[in-house]
Design a protein around this ligand. Sequence first.
Ligand code: NDP
Length: 491
Amino acid sequence: MRKKSTTAALNFNTKWSYSPAPESTDHVQIKEKYDLFINGKFVKPSGGKYFDTINPATEKKVSSIALASSADVDKAVKAARNAYKQVWKDMPASERGKYLYRIARIIQEKARELAVIETLDGGKSIRESRDIDIPLAAAHFFYYAGWADKLEFAFPGRKAQSIGVCGQIIPWNFPLLMAAWKIAPALAAGNTVVLKPAETTSLTALKLAEIIQEAGLPAGVVNIITGAGPTGAALVQHPDVNKIAFTGSTDIGRLIQKSLAGTDKKYTLELGGKAANIIFEDAAIDQAVEGIVNGIFFNQGHVCCAGSRLFVQEGVAKEVIKKLKDRISTLIVGDPMDKNTDIGAINSKEQLNKIKSLVKIGINEGGECWQADCEVPSKGFWFRPTLFTNVAQSSKIVQEEIFGPVLTIQTFRTVEEAIEKANNTPYGLSGGVWSDKGAKVFKVSSKIKAGVIWANTYNKFDPTSPFGGFKESGVGREGGLHGLSPYVKFN
Ligand code: NDP
């Protein structure tokens, strides 16, 4: 039996209100139109087509983005191949490192501008782009810059060599950060790159192209081609690409894996997740409540490692759910450019519709749905923080990735039951364990089949730490030394 808490109950009902604190956009330069970045220059797309990128918080157009055809993909791969053969492959490793350091420093210098653009283009709160996305993107470049001239120590006794041209495809949830995760280790290991950002969030990758120009990186070492699925597919299928690095949905990951079968291309796939966040009775409940909120509502829940399945030990379930509802009721949903905002806009109308349809399915399946009654703006794409109780292991919303601010809550009695339920998913990317007992944390975390487990915390990222999944969450690791190895080969 859990002892009654001696700490005072959390009281959020203080009726504090916040004055608006909008981030300024005066220092931001966004061009009306962006071309493709190929061979060190911005060039027009061969088909002459452009598409709009909009601000999901206002539905207003932000800029026009070039649509790369397969002829453009071919041009970018050729530029990357030439740069690989003629300059990058044989450049002294310490020189390669200097370019990466330079890119990292320029990202830091332009951090404010990059944060604002990330928020305008993708809908995430300015606080998160300012404090998480952009600093972590710079940190990845700094970290891998350090490895460039130490490859022989990274893989002792083996001679690591570059692979060649890497095709890299990234999603819309962490646009600049995902670009950094992909580009930094590839370049450090001596490869060249063709990167395709997601259709709805190309802007910070194109800003990165400007930074790359400013850093004086030799032409063709990094090429950035914008477009939708067919552009990505053309990159995957290009015969002169040696490695594919993909982050996105499990469905597209499967398609890519099929199309690579029988080729000698290397690949890493960073796919979906449906993480269990497990709260034991002996956990520090107030901290756990913060961890649950951070686990599922960070970045509007558009996070592959989001703690989207909450498991609470029966004895504290009532208390946790009550405190959770109290806390969620204080979250500010709205203008992502306001520094007070906790939850920004849903990235696209398409994603909003997907969230809505899964929530409807959850209700039809008998789930009990609770939503914060916060105000949301009339224009733009919004979804209130949502909890589901009375759901079963077989419920669609417990099994499928929603990729939005929706949490399912279930209870358990024993450690074994928690482990069994946590592992009952096709995914295996991440998880969280909250307990006062180190031995219990260790036992549970070692029995959950997931690439990353956080103990008494959630959603902590560091460039030195490997990240990646098991089962349908993908293959390969990014970050740390593990993230360097998919970009090298050994004789
Ligand atoms: P996708 O997997 O569709 O897209 C990821 C990237 O792949 C984008 O750049 C996309 O381009 C590109 N792409 C699309 N089709 C192909 C193809 N046939 N060949 C090569 N590249 C392709 O994810 P979405 O962005 O549409 O999101 C859908 C779902 O994916 C989400 O609801 C979520 O469940 C999951 N997801 C998981 C992520 C993770 O980090 N694990 C990240 C993002 C999404 P474009 O966007 O231009 O179509």
